[in-house]
Structures are given as C-alpha cells and as structure tokens.
Design a protein around this ligand. Structure first.
Ligand SMILES: *[C@@H]1O[C@H](CO)[C@@H](O)[C@H](O)[C@H]1NC(C)=O
Ligand SMILES: *[C@@H]1O[C@H](CO)[C@@H](O)[C@H](O)[C@H]1NC(C)=O
Ligand SMILES: *[C@@H]1O[C@H](CO)[C@@H](O)[C@H](O)[C@H]1NC(C)=O
Ligand SMILES: *[C@@H]1O[C@H](CO)[C@@H](O)[C@H](O)[C@H]1NC(C)=O
Ligand SMILES: *[C@@H]1O[C@H](CO)[C@@H](O)[C@H](O)[C@H]1NC(C)=O
Length: 638
C-alpha cells in the first residue's frame, strides 16, 4: 500500500543490520501545528536561496534580491528592500540586476554587510539596519569576481580593518580561497576541480599570529586516469596573517596553504562517505575543543554525520608528513604562520607552490556519529550547557529532526512538521550565541551562553516563508514526570508539577531516559484515566483510538468482558494505536484499556466502556468513517 515506506524499511534493515535498537532511526514524537505554534512570515517574492542573520530581537533574511527583517509578531516582514536597486537606476543596461549572495554582521553594530552579484562582478554594501540604505563598502571597492550564493564567505574583524574571505568553486584558474580588502591574497591554481562547502575560523589562539582559517571542500580525483569522476572531501588551512610571498614566488598567493583528506566512514561496515553536504561548528571556550559537524551523503542516499575537533585538524597539519617529500622538511615548516610571509625562505615557498598535501587524513579514527537513511540537507548543532548537544537536521520534505547526541549515539527526540505540504528548506538559523551556521568569529559569537535553555529558537526559510520554531516546547511531553524524562529532551525537565524549561533543579535523564529517576525523586504523579462511555449499535464496526504520543512505545489493548474486572483478552491490534471492533455483539461489551510500555514504564492511556446500543445506528457509522480517516493520517507519516 505504501511502497516508498516498505522500501525505506527494507533499506533500513539492509544497511543497518547491526543496529541494536530498532528505534534509532524513528523520531520518538511528531510535532505539528496542532501541538506547537509556528509563527510565520510570508514573503511576496519567491526565492531560490536564503541567508539568515541574527539581530537584536530581530531576524534578517536575504533572499534572491530582497532583504527582509522580522520579529515574527506579524505575518509580514517589518521591513523589506531591494538593497541594490539604486545601483541600477542610472544604468543603461537592461540586465542590471544584482542577486544578493552574501549577508554578514558588520563591525558596526547598526549595519549589515551585504554583497550582490550581477554575474560579472560583486558589489558590497554596508547597509544601515534602520533603513536598509546601501553605502558602498570602502574596503571592498572592487571585487571583479562573481561570488555565487553557494560559496561560503567570512567577514573577519581584524584589528585595523575588516577582511573578507570568499571561495570560488570550479576548475578555473581563479578557483580557490580568496581574501579581499587591504591585503588581497588568492590561491595558486591547483589544476583540479573543487567545490567549496564551508569556511571556518579556527578561533582565537593564545598567539593571534597563529590564527587560521579552514576551508572544507570536495575535489575531483587528482588522478586523471580511470575513475576521474570521484570526488573526495578535503580540508585546507591558511594562516590569517599570510600576506603572500615576495615578488619572485607566490606574490599575492597563499604561502601557508596546506590540504588534507577528510575521512568519514566505517571500514568495519564498509561504509564510506565522500560527498560533503554541509558544515557547521559548535564553538567551545578553548579553540581546540571547537567541533566541526559535517553532513555527508553517499550515492545510495544514505547520510552520515561526522565530527572533527579543531585540535585534531590542527594536529594533522602540524605533525603529519607531506606527501611526496622524502628529504628533510624545510624550516620553518610549511604551513607555519609567520609575521611576514614575504620573508619566507624560497625553499619553503617552492614547496608550498606545489600544493602540499598531508600524508595523514583528518578523522582517520573517527566513526560517524550517525549513519541514517533520512534525507537530510541542512544541519545546525546546539550545545545545551552541561546537558549535551542537539542536532537540528532538515529533511528534503520540509520536516526537521531534533536529534540528541548522547554517548556518541543519536536519538531522534522529535520530528517537527512546520509545513502542511511538502516544502524545501533553503536555510536555517539558530538563535544562540554559541552556535551559528555560518561561523562568524566576531567577539560576540565567542561568548558563552550561561543560561541552559531559556529561549532557543530555530528559524527556517523556504522560498516564500520564514518560520520560527521554539525548541523549548516542553508542554507537549504531557503531565507525568516519566513522560518528561523519557523524552530525553535536554531543553526540558520536570519541576515537580510539569515538564518545563530545564534548570539545575529539574529532573531529567538525557543520557538514558530512565524513568526510575522520577521514583527516586518521589516525583511520580498518579494520573487517573477516566473512562469514556460509548454505545455501539449491534452488528456494526467500531474503532477505538489510543492517544498515542511516543513512536517508541508498544501499545496493547486489554478487554475486560462480562464486567468481571479481569482482562479476559489481550487484543493483537494490527495498527497499534487503533482497535477495531469487527462486529458489535454482547460479547464485545466491557471495558477496553489502551496500555503503553516504553523502557519498562507501563501506563494506561485511555479507557472505554463499550455498551451495545439498541437505538440509533447513524452516529456509529459516522464515527467509523471518521476513524478510517484518522487511521490513514496516523499511518502515512510512518
Ligand atoms: C536571540 O538571542 C539573542 C542573544 O543571543 C537575544 O539578544 C535576542 O533577543 C534573541 N532574538 C530573538 C528574536 O529571540
Ligand atoms: C539571479 O537569480 C535568478 C533566480 O535564481 C536567476 O535566474 C538570475 O540569472 C540571477 N541573476 C544574476 C545576475 O545572477
Ligand atoms: C547550575 O549549575 C552550574 C554548575 O553545576 C552552575 O555553574 C550554575 O551557576 C548553576 N545555575 C543556576 C541558575 O543555579
Ligand atoms: C533504570 O535505572 C535503574 C536504577 O538505576 C536500573 O535498575 C534499571 O536497569 C534502569 N533501566 C534501564 C531501562 O536502563
Ligand atoms: C463471557 O460471557 C460469554 C457469553 O455471555 C461466555 O461465553 C464467556 O465464557 C464469558 N467469559 C468470561 C471470562 O466469563
């Protein structure tokens, strides 16, 4: 009946035969507009890409040609503007159109930094956040390069001036990493085809001279013979202090660029991932502990999340041998950051010019944090202080998985469905001071959030909508301590009365979701389920529905017949949440209870007293039809 569903199940068993728990790939709960409010803003223009930026109590979103500002109180943006329109007024060309491709926080708190591209060159503006008026950037006057919206960029507030880093994918001579501004530097042509996925600053080191930038990209196989279509993931480093070489060698080119292969896979299971989809970081107090989360996919549509620490990446570039260098490594070691790169010995520069690559791979000993058949396309990670990390992964159909990373394992806390129909999520932003999808190492982004989870919002953008998702929506975990604990949601905890925002004093067991913690804290609440009386006409069909919440629980229906008080039959229900009374007769009378069991915790969810009705028949058949609809709705999302 549901071929795609069956295929998914088949695939899951085929690819993940070793998985201990069958629940690992199934969201525990599903959240729709019925459970939580999703404030949304409608856009007039249809967009194919989107960039988000967090402001103070406001969110900026840049679509194809317009920038929007909203606080989500009204269904329309508070402000919206074609930033680059004025540039075109005096232009005689008919195709004068700038598509917005870059959006960053500016050094000046009241300004945004925006760039647009007309296909040939790039215009950058400092835009007032009050009126969206563009002032042409003095520092980046002439960018004779087409920066496409998919290229990762970084705006770094250096002591004297802002520096703007952008990549260029492709195989042209200009492909690579480029720095614009006072000290322009670009890449030596590598002769290969590259696609850039992420640019990440390593974070403030003890000695600022050693600050580095890492570029994550995939590169077409260097080996031109045979399977030249294969792409391999890589990471490259450059020193931010790099100013290029002297006139003779590598002038205005990186003198500190090294690259290394990135590994994501599980050799034991013969699973290898080479197609890098997205990169995001979780910034830590110590730069070495900052973690880079990567989303990979393979040719079979399987996704994997691999995690690398800045310390590990740094270690490979600092200590590994270089490929193809057998003679002693010159001094200073290639890739070392120096105060004046134009004074580097020619011997070192000549080596760097050959596009040096490390022998060792980054992440060689790491297994993926998670391998799954869910078709994820974007990833954001939130570090919930002292409670664990939460991965937010968008699916190709517009849904979002809230995934707990605990003891190196993934647990899908919830599937969030903010859209009624299939939607394509273009971009996501998390309102958190410790994490951002596009790492912007401005000082404000490096501060740590001291509250656990007072307010955590996720913003998602589709072609026509911006939606706000409250990540701290604990009320849906219902009214028992056990329900709250089994949810394993690090944003939530039991305060003795309700499931609410986690604090130091709330009860929670993120690591195991073990409900016995409630008993030991005397926090069990004995909620009595009241019985619903239903009268069913003779010979008719009837459905009883269990208000099931968790997809990880087992559901059973008990039937106490003849008013004996003991359960005389346990009914094997084909569809767990719904019980079908095939044909109503006197034997079917009695009390029916729906009991769920999850992790050793049993509770009664519903109770129905079913009586034979000798009167009207119309209503029952109405309910039967209605239950068929419900049944279909219940089954489809699984
Ligand atoms: C987002 O978080 C910042 C702190 O990081 C806060 O100042 C701001 O008000 C928040 N914005 C919204 C829209 O919630
Ligand atoms: C701007 O974006 C639109 C829609 O994606 C595209 O059709 C158009 O070619 C782009 N224009 C330029 C100048 O890049
Ligand atoms: C919560 O506990 C942590 C460490 O256990 C402490 O640093 C913090 O101040 C506590 N927060 C509150 C609100 O009590
Ligand atoms: C829950 O914790 C109790 C007490 O620590 C332990 O006996 C029990 O085995 C745990 N249950 C599960 C399912 O881990
Ligand atoms: C309930 O009543 C039916 C007929 O009225 C009888 O066949 C059946 O054995 C009874 N069941 C119990 C458990 O007493």
């Amino acid at each position: 009946m549901y071929p795609h569903l069956l295929f998914g199940v088949f695939l899951a068993h085929f690819i993940f035969p070793m998985e201990a728990s069958a629940h690992i790939h199934r969201p525990r709960v599903t959240l729709t507009e019925k459970d939580v409010k999703f404030p949304r803003v409608f856009l007039k223009e249809s967009n194919t890409h989107m960039k988000f930026l967090q402001g103070h109590n406001t969110v900026y979103a840049a679509g194809n040609t317009q920038v929007y500002q909203t606080d989500f109180y009204s269904p329309h943006p508070q402000r919206q503007s074609f930033v680059f329109r004025e540039e075109c007024i005096h232009s005689t060309s008919t195709d004068c159109q700038y598509n917005i491709t870059v959006l960053h926080k500016s050094k000046n708190a009241n300004q945004l930094f925006l760039c647009g591209t007309n296909g040939e060159h790039t215009l950058c503006c400092n835009v007032e956040s009050t009126d969206f008026k563009c002032t042409r950037s003095k520092d980046f006057r002439k960018i004779d390069q087409h920066i496409n919206e998919n290229e990762p960029t970084l705006l770094i507030d250096h002591s004297e001036a802002e520096e703007f880093y952008a990549t260029q994918s492709g195989s042209e001579i200009t492909a690579g990493i480029r720095r614009f501004g006072k000290n322009q530097v670009w890449s030596e042509n590598s002769g290969t085809e590259q696609k850039y996925i992420g640019l990440v600053a390593s974070g403030k080191r003890e000695e600022s001279l050693q600050d580095r930038l890492y570029a994550f990209y995939i590169e077409k196989n260097r080996d031109q013979s045979g399977k030249s279509d294969t792409w391999f993931p890589r990471v490259a480093q450059i020193c931010m202090a790099d100013r290029g070489g002297p006139k003779t060698v590598l002038q205005f080119k990186w003198t500190s660029k090294l690259s290394a292969r990135l590994f994501c896979g599980d050799p034991e299971r013969k699973l290898y991932f080479t197609d890098l989809v997205e990169v995001t970081t979780v910034v830590a107090d110590r730069w070495q502990d900052t973690r880079v989360y990567t989303l990979f996919k393979n040719a079979w549509g399987t996704r994997a999340v691999c995690v690398y620490s800045m310390g590990d990446i740094n270690h490979v570039f600092k200590t590994s041998n270089f490929q193809g260098i057998t003679e002693p490594i010159p001094k200073p070691r290639p890739g070392e950051c120096v105060a004046d790169s134009t004074l580097l010995p020619t011997e070192v520069l000549m080596k760097v010019k050959t596009n040096l690559e490390m022998e060792e791979w980054v992440g060689n000993n790491n297994r993926p944090l998670w391998v799954t058949h869910h078709h994820y396309n974007h990833i954001i990670v939130d570090s919930v202080q002292g409670k664990g990390n939460v991965l937010l992964l968008s699916l190709e159909n517009g849904r979002i998985h809230k995934v707990l990373e605990s003891n190196g394992q993934a647990f899908i806390i919830a599937e969030i469905q903010p859209f009624n129909n299939k939607a394509s999520i273009l971009s996501m932003l998390l309102n958190s001071s410790t994490v951002s999808q596009e790492t912007q190492p401005t000082p404000t982004h490096l501060q740590c959030d001291s509250t656990v989870a007072a307010s955590k919002k996720l913003y998602v953008g589709t072609s026509r909508e911006l939606v706000q998702i409250d990540l701290v929506s604990c009320m849906q975990y219902k009214d028992r301590c056990e329900d709250c604990v089994q949810a394993r949601d690090p944003y939530c905890g039991w305060d003795g009365h309700q499931c609410t925002t986690a604090t130091n004093n709330t009860i929670q067991d993120v690591d195991n979701g073990n409900h016995t913690i409630c008993k030991s804290n005397q926090a069990t609440s004995s909620k009595v389920v009241s019985s619903n009386l239903v009268r069913v006409p003779q010979s008719s069909k009837y459905f009883l529905q269990c208000p099931a919440r968790s997809n990880h629980a087992e559901y059973n229906w008990g039937h106490r017949c003849n008013n004996t008080g003991t359960i005389c039959t346990f009914i094997e229900s084909e569809h767990q949440y719904v019980l079908l009374i095939e044909k109503m007769e006197t034997e079917q009378e009695g009390t029916y209870t729906c009991v769920s069991e999850e992790g050793g915790y049993t509770k009664t969810l519903a109770m129905f007293t079913v009586k034979l009705d000798s009167g009207a028949t119309g209503l029952a058949s109405y309910y039967t039809a209605w239950f068929w609809v419900v049944l279909t709705l219940v089954l489809v999302p699984l």
